[in-house]
Write a new protein. Sequence first.
Length: 136
Amino acid sequence: MDDDSEIDGAPFENPAPETAAAMGEFGEYAGARELEGLLGKLRFCGGPEWVRRNHAIYVRANQTGAGTRAVAQWYARNLKIFSNIQRLAQEHERVFVLYGSGHLHILRRLIQEDSRFRLVDGLDFLGNSDDTAVNF
């Protein structure tokens, strides 16, 4: 797949009950918080619970036959991103990667499983989460 824009979005536009439930849970989690500032948003959207809930949407979409193709395309897109990271790492000592939080689960796993890499989590550079007001 060379054209990353050809992911079948139908399972997410008209989701099966399992996918709709995961999307609803994620929406409730994301919408229940007011975050101050860019740092607060980055910490929240890069945090483990956000990443887990976001990835759960794809796991549940895969449960239905119609969602399997879209999830496979999503994984293929992430494998292509990782391939580019591997290629860049051959040429440079360090590689800074910035992607949307929906890619975090898969890219983290791929990077962690390649022994040539040492993953440094971006959250480590965002300071203590107590510095940002989070209202529930």
